[in-house]
Design a protein around this ligand. Structure first.
Ligand code: PLP
Length: 444
């Protein structure tokens, strides 16, 4: 285990050796409920036989064929499946191997679209503070956390940031939803005007913010207003559903709930559910046609795009979700999870907010509930919660500290779509104990 270089090389991690439904088992035989789906990935749990069989079948028949020579049946079938259910106008699919690659492809598609359509000055990307879009250079540049970008600033493209639609932190107490979302739309419009509309390529946002803020859904008609501002100035809208898409919110595409169709949509994580690494960028007719009529090809590519075994696995994942009507369970269990957390935490002095959509739920911790003052970064409350949760056999995804002075510590819950009402009770009970012990050890 010492030769594998993960994020923190000195950290001793348990060795995961097996999966059983919603649980992972380590080499000591200890079981962990995967209440975060890893990082909102494992939507079918860890031992789905149908997906395993689909992978075996495809690997036996044809594991891989390079896309400069062939397309494959699973890639075509998966693209059809995704497009048949996609928001209006998104009728083309570019497969990649993960989330950051999907975002890179979206940024380059947006840029190439404007080159093809005779607007080469459009080069600026606007995103939001308190967002995460990946770790490759383009995705990192647009991501909203300054501390992630800091060491790499000299080698990043220039990106611009506006306020997130983060009601708990950004909405004034006397401000209606309507006024709040209008203020955010006005801020985007001002940013576009400051930069010069003829220089702006796209606005990028997570439909529901994931890791950086803990399952923050858009308020009211925020996305409709944002879409209107983009349209007014010919700016493309890129929605990043790498965490929130593929059923996580109870809808296959999270933006369907908001009635908004972007020009480019990125998905990954739940697409392959962790059984294979796969992501995709869904592309509108307008962008696809411009590229086809222009230079004729997207100036991009990776060795593993459209990987046959990854596509076969993802197609089976999506079939299982639909045939087993798992999105109904996502909605029901999600409501149960939020209601149970709110009941447990209604008087807890350090739980500031419980929020989310479907089985994508965030709990925000604060030092002072009345003032919403976050815990100091030095206390590393989120690290303590993760440690206490793992002791109790519970995987949750805590992030935070006073990142860029905006968010407090939070816990992200994204359990598999197959979880039962009993599983939700076990998750809440273990999490409650973990939070209380973590806060005690952090000295609050
Ligand atoms: N976009 C969002 C919203 C994400 O949550 C993530 C990963 O957490 C990414 C992009 C990057 O995906 P990946 O880690 O697969 O490169």
């Amino acid at each position: 285990m010492t030769t594998v270089f993960h994020r923190a090389p000195k950290r001793a991690l348990p060795v995961a050796v097996a999966g059983d439904g919603i649980e992972i088992i380590d080499s000591e035989g200890k079981r962990y409920i995967d209440a975060s789906g890893g990082a909102a990935v494992s939507c079918l749990g860890h031992s789905n036989q149908r997906v395993i069989d689909a992978i075996k079948r495809q690997a036996q028949q044809l594991p891989y064929a390079h896309t400069s020579f062939f397309t494959t049946e699973p890639a075509e079938a998966l693209a059809d499946w995704l497009v048949e259910r996609a928001p209006e106008g998104l009728r083309h699919v570019y497969f990649v191997s993960g989330g950051s690659e999907a975002v890179e492809a979206a940024l380059k598609l947006a840029r190439q679209y404007f080159v093809e359509t005779g607007e080469p000055r459009r080069r600026h990307f606007i995103a939001r503070r308190q967002s995460y879009h990946g770790n490759t250079l383009g995705a990192l540049a647009i991501g909203g956390n300054a501390w992630r970008r800091e060491p790499f600033l000299p080698i990043l493209i220039e990106a611009h940031h506006v306020s997130p639609c983060y009601a708990y932190r950004e909405q004034r107490s006397d401000e209606s939803d309507e006024a709040f979302t209008q203020r955010l739309a006005d801020e985007l419009e001002s940013k576009i005007l400051d930069l010069g509309p003829e220089t702006v390529a796209a606005f990028v946002a997570e439909t529901v913010v994931g890791a950086t803020a803990g399952a923050v859904p858009p308020v009211g008609d925020y996305l409709c207003k944002i879409r209107a501002v983009c349209d007014k100035y010919g700016v493309l809208l890129i929605l990043d559903e790498i965490m929130s898409g593929m059923g996580r919110t109870g809808h296959l595409y999270a933006c369907a709930e908001d009635g908004v169709a972007p020009d480019l949509l990125t998905i990954a994580k739940g697409l392959g559910a962790g059984y294979q690494p796969i992501g995709a960028t869904l592309v509108s007719d307008r962008i696809y046609e411009a590229i086809v009529k222009g230079s004729g090809f997207f100036q991009h590519g990776h060795t593993y795009i459209g990987h046959a075994t990854a596509c076969a696995a993802a197609l089976e994942v999506q079939r299982v979700i639909e045939e087993d009507r798992l999105l109904d369970n996502v909605k029901a269990r999600g409501e149960q999870l939020r209601a149970s957390l709110r009941e447990h935490y209604s008087r807890h002095e350090h739980i500031g907010d419980v929020r989310g959509r479907g089985l994508f739920v965030g709990v925000e911790l604060v030092e002072d509930r009345a003032t919403k003052v976050p815990f100091s970064h030095e206390l590393a409350v989120n690290v303590a919660i993760k440690r206490e949760a793992m002791k109790r056999g519970l995987m949750v995804y805590p992030m935070g500290g006073t990142v860029d002075g905006v968010s407090g510590d939070h816990v992200l819950l994204a359990p598999p779509f197959i979880c039962t009402a009993d599983d939700i009770d076990r998750i809440v009970s273990r999490l409650t104990d973990a939070i209380d012990d973590a806060l005690r050890s952090a000295g609050s």
